[in-house]
Design a protein. Structure first.
Length: 135
């Protein structure tokens, strides 16, 4: 599993450097097909991955395609296991992306109290509150 994490981190670094180079020098961004294939490769590693590797997976996926990552995470949040839903919310609490507070807050009404409490904790730790997101 350590090698998976290293490969995923390497893919993320390449995507980040490509984006930085594109912004700095006006060069083309990562080829769409390459980014799509890299995203799919990283996403496939989710099943059976440990918590640390899942952290690397989500970080890499956000660099490759943040919107598609949110769609994947939304699917995971439909899992019947509240522990998995709670862990996804906790994991998102470690990331820095402007889309996350609204995404996390959308689960404030989860059927499981543990998940709702985790949502509140993540929003508070990020300086957001559910009420401020709805005003």
């Amino acid at each position: 599993c350590k090698h998976k994490k290293e490969i995923i981190s390497m893919i993320r670094s390449i995507a980040e450097r490509t984006a930085e180079t594109s912004e700095t020098f006006g060069s083309p961004p990562m080829d769409g097909d390459v980014a799509r294939r890299a995203f799919n490769l990283v996403e496939e590693q989710w099943q059976g991955a440990d918590e640390e590797t899942r952290q690397s997976i989500v970080e890499a996926l956000f660099v490759l395609n943040g919107d598609k990552t949110l769609a994947m995470l939304d699917t995971l949040m439909n899992d019947p296991d509240p522990w998995l839903r709670m862990r996804v919310i906790e994991l998102l609490g470690t990331l820095d992306d402007d889309r996350l507070p609204e995404f996390v807050a959308s689960y404030i009404t989860d059927e499981d109290e543990m998940v709702r409490q985790t949502v509140e904790w993540v929003l508070e730790s990020k300086g957001s509150s559910f009420s401020s997101l709805n005003t």
